[in-house]
Ligand binder design. Structure first.
Ligand code: AQP
Length: 328
């Protein structure tokens, strides 16, 4: 039997952080044995926010190297740059003609990012979810493992696929999401009311995968908690609950076990131990990343081969879509 298909991606808008890892990439590595997987660096999406060209190129390579370092074997998985497969943009245009303004107006990420980028509320920011739908539908994707913030975009991709299928017959597989039960929304360390984000201006909000052990510990020590010195998982304790979630993800202890581990601890000791657990969990991945990012020839080879493979895999869907809508 043919394996089912997974597609997911990350933007090259900055350095990856532990939210990107625990909410998404960690599950990609777990699922890849059972599925045919395409993991894309969504560099076209990154253009919705103004990027310095050299930095974008560097970040895109860095994200791809992290994919491999975090356990995705490029021989088994197609790890590629979105901009190397022009079918993403072509399908996005076609699907934009099947997506309603009202649907895009409801997207909370558009509202959040518009508020953050008042000087550059561009059309790409608005139509971002259409490109994401195209990314997914292009490969007849069955499963999309993402963090919780992508739930609404994923729902839109499903709606657009269903609408298109209603008009033209079964052209697209309607994808399911995979959102992990723990770690789907890692929160900012200094402002646990909002999610950890690559482009956050406050660097203390974010643990980057490339942060040194000293920096990681320093950031955890500074993490915002609360005043009652009680370590429990609860909605009214967003800072503590976030740290417990991170600890649970990196150690494999359940949330209840994690709470029990710190039954005798104060906040200072707790934050230090969470930091140390993250440093330890990241160490082998960081070593592998450092080795990979220095191996230019190897990465170039992976990038070139995967682009060809992804183009080949996208071609049948594009041909069906073109025929369906009546393009000559
Ligand atoms: N804080 C998070 N917790 C859990 N998962 C997260 N993801 C992002 N942030 C968290 C998941 O990581 C994958 C890649 O995300 P993305 O690169 O597409 O962009 P994003 O969701 O907009 O992430 P960032 O880090 O916040 O980037 P910027 O600052 O550029 O907007 C997705 O599966 C996402 O759910």
């Amino acid at each position: 039997m043919q394996k089912k298909i997974i597609f997911s991606g990350m933007q090259a808008t900055g350095n990856l952080h532990i939210g990107n890892w625990l909410g998404a990439a960690r599950n990609w590595a777990r699922l890849c044995a059972e599925y045919t997987c395409l993991y894309c660096v969504v560099d076209l999406h990154s253009l919705t926010v103004r990027q310095d060209p050299a930095t974008l190129r560097e970040n895109a390579r860095s994200v791809l190297a992290w994919y491999i370092a975090l356990g995705l074997d490029p021989k088994e998985n197609t790890l590629y740059f979105q901009s190397h497969v022009s079918a993403h943009a072509e399908l996005s245009w076609i699907l934009s003609c099947y997506t309603y303004m009202g649907e895009l107006n409801r997207m909370t990420q558009f509202k959040d990012k518009s508020a953050k980028n008042e000087a550059n509320i561009n059309a790409g920011l608005f139509t971002y979810p259409v490109l994401m739908a195209a990314d997914i539908l292009l490969f007849q994707t069955d499963l999309v493992p993402v963090g919780d913030d992508q739930r609404q975009h994923l729902e839109l991709a499903r709606d657009v696929a269903q609408r298109f299928n209603q008009v033209y017959g079964e052209i697209f597989v309607v994808p399911e999401g995979y959102i992990p039960p723990v770690g789907a929304r890692i929160m900012a360390l200094q402002s646990p009311g909002k999610k950890m984000s690559k482009s956050d201006e406050n660097l203390y909000n974010c643990i980057f995968l490339s942060d040194s052990p000293d920096v990681i510990i320093k950031k955890f020590k500074r993490a915002v908690t609360d005043s009652d010195n009680e370590i429990r998982f609860s909605e009214d304790k967003p800072g503590i609950s976030n740290l417990l979630t991170v600890y649970s993800c990196v150690t494999g202890r359940s949330i209840d076990q994690s709470v029990a581990d710190f039954a005798q601890s104060g906040y200072g000791d707790f934050k230090l131990k969470v930091g140390e657990a993250v440093v330890e969990a990241l160490l082998p991945y960081r070593r592998e990343y450092d080795r990979l990012i220095a191996d230019t020839a190897y990465l170039d080879g992976v990038i070139a081969e995967a682009a060809g493979k992804a183009r080949h895999l996208a071609a049948p869907t594009m041909a069906r879509v073109r025929t369906a809508v009546g393009l000559p």
